[in-house]
Ligand binder design. Sequence first.
Ligand code: ZN
Length: 229
Amino acid sequence: MKIFFHLGKKVPDYRSLMHEQKDFILDGRVIPVSRLVIADQTHSDLVHLCREEDCGAGLGDKPQIPVVDGFITNIPNQFLLIRTADCTPIILMDNKRMVVSALHSGREGTRKNIAGKAVQLMQEHYGSEVKDICAYIGAGICHKHYEVSEAIYSEYNDSLSAMGLDPATELHRHIDIRKGIFQQLIQAGITFRNIDNISDCTFESPEYHSFRRDGSHNRQINLVGIIHE
Ligand SMILES: [Zn+2]
C-alpha cells in the first residue's frame, strides 16, 4: 500500500467534477467518485474521522459531511477531497501507520488552528507518532495579495498570538496564512524537514482558480488516499 496525493491546479476542477459525477484521472490514476469523501467546508476547525460508509459523501444524493473542514482516514481506497481557491489546502500523511488527512485552512481555519488539531487527532485516534507525519502545504493566496479589514486583522493576530505564534508581516492589515500554518505544524511537533510547501500564490498565478482575483466559484481539487500498489 502507498499514499497517493494531489495538490490541485485549475484542472481537473471541482465544478466539472460535480457536473459530471464520473470517475476521473488524476496524475495518471483513476479516482472512482464513489470512493471520494467531500465536506461542507464551513471555515471551522473540525476534522472528521472517516468511516467506510462516508465514501461518496457529497456526490449524487449523498450529502456532504456536514460542518467539518478536514478529514482523517486509514481506510484504503478512500479519497479525501478538499476544494480551495485562495484558501490553503494541507495534506498530512503518516507513511508508517498509513494514516492520511486533508484540510481546508483558510483564514478562519488557520485562526482556529485546524492543522494543529488534525496532527493531535492523528496521534490520539490513529497512533501516529509526530516524527512520522509529513505535511504538504498547497497553493493559497500570499500575504501581499491578502489585505483585510482592521477588525479581521486584529482578530487573526490576537488568535495566533494567543497560541504563542508570531503572525507579523511587513505589511499592515495583510495576513500570511502560509506562515501561520507553517508555525502551527512546527508547534504541533512536525519536523521542519517533513514539511513541504508549494509557495505559489493562487491570486498571482493564472494556473489556479482564485476567488479574490476572479470571484470564481470554481475550485482546485486537493486529494489524498491510501492505495493498493
Ligand atoms: Zn500573491
